[in-house]
Design a protein around this ligand. Structure first.
Ligand code: CP
Ligand code: NVA
Length: 314
């Protein structure tokens, strides 16, 4: 196999580690993942071989629905020369038919890494404790770290120097918001989070670069990026009607973009509801980079896989 020279081996800090939260990594490790993702995207576009996972297998378990996460992990593993298998969550019934720990021990004997989309974050923590191969969080009720990587990668592509960027997240203080806060805190990116009272994200410590507020117009002032996500996340459907009332006035609209910089872009992790959390005209405008974000899930996750499972050292 010919490896592009720029993807050569340097150190071993990633091998065998889990990827459950952005905050488990240092700023320079996150920068390493992002820069490798840029290289891998370049390799793919240039048609250069980058089979860093040859002979390796990734198992994927989804306790909730997915399009982007499942397909980008599967295609990404394939492009890296490995194979991905989708393990039917309803069939293995983790925690029911067999304990989470025993599933982790068993899978560790077959595959080189596991990606789980879990109903509850503690499932991931329990699995990771018993597994002897890396576990990647493909979304939990608390975090969506793979999304945050793709989001910041997309901001970098569009806006360049992250230290000069201001992002405003409008809407629910949910899993996507938590991971966005973690990555912005780590990399020193200014972030305003505008949520209705009672729906703010839970912060573990006093943030340095993040401000929490309720007024979306204030949050969007001079922003380079306006980001939103669904108001009702998977698994929260019973709180739906209450939330629709609480979130009145939080749909990303033209007024918010008037407060932002004139070249501000719109971001959303998808799937989206046009006319609910974002005005249709904005979602479908040239400001919208939502499908770049979706594409960049592929490149950033390939970097994570290559570093954690593939033994690529940086
Ligand atoms: N953004 C995201 O995680 O998409 P899916 O739910 O389709 O995987
Ligand atoms: N907050 C959303 C993100 C979906 C990718 C959810 O958890 O359903």
């Amino acid at each position: 196999m010919s490896m592009p020279e720029k993807l050569s081996l340097e150190s071993a800090s990633f091998v065998g580690r889990d990827f459950l939260e952005i905050s488990h990594f240092t700023p320079s490790e996150i920068e390493t993942i992002l820069s490798l993702a840029h290289e891998l995207k370049g390799c793919l576009k240039a048609g250069e071989s980058h089979k860093l996972l040859e002979g390796k297998t990734l198992a994927m378990i989804f306790e909730k629905p997915s399009s982007r996460t499942r397909i980008s992990f599967e295609v990404g593993t394939f492009q890296l020369g490995g194979s991905a298998i989708n393990v039917n969550a309803a069939e293995i019934k983790m925690g029911e038919r067999e304990s989470i720990a025993d599933v982790a021990r068993t899978l560790s004997r077959y595959v080189d890494g596991v990606m789980i989309r879990a109903l509850y974050h503690w499932t991931l923590e329990e699995f990771a404790l018993a597994a002897t191969v890396p576990l990647i969080n493909g979304l939990s009720d608390h975090h969506h770290p793979c999304q945050a990587l793709a989001d910041i990668f997309t901001v970098q592509e569009r806006k360049g120097d992250l230290k000069k960027v201001k992002i405003c997240y409008v809407g629910d203080g949910n899993n996507v918001c938590n991971s966005l806060i973690q990555i912005c805190e780590l990399l020193g990116i200014r972030l305003s989070v505008a949520t209705p009272p009672g729906h703010q994200p839970l912060l573990r410590k006093e943030p340095k670069y993040t401000e929490l507020l309720n007024d979306p117009i204030e949050g969007c002032r001079d922003a380079d990026v306006i980001y939103t996500d669904v108001w009702i996340s998977m698994g929260q459907e019973e709180a739906g009607s209450r939330k629709m009332v609480d979130f009145e006035g939080y749909m990303v609209d033209k007024k918010m973009f008037t407060a932002a910089k004139s070249d501000a872009i719109f971001m959303h992790c998808l799937p989206a509801h046009r006319g609910v959390e974002v005005e249709q005209a904005i979602f479908d405008s040239s400001r919208s980079v939502v499908f770049d974000q979706a594409e960049n899930r592929l490149h950033t996750q390939k970097a994570v896989l290559a570093l954690l499972l593939g033994g690529l050292r940086r």
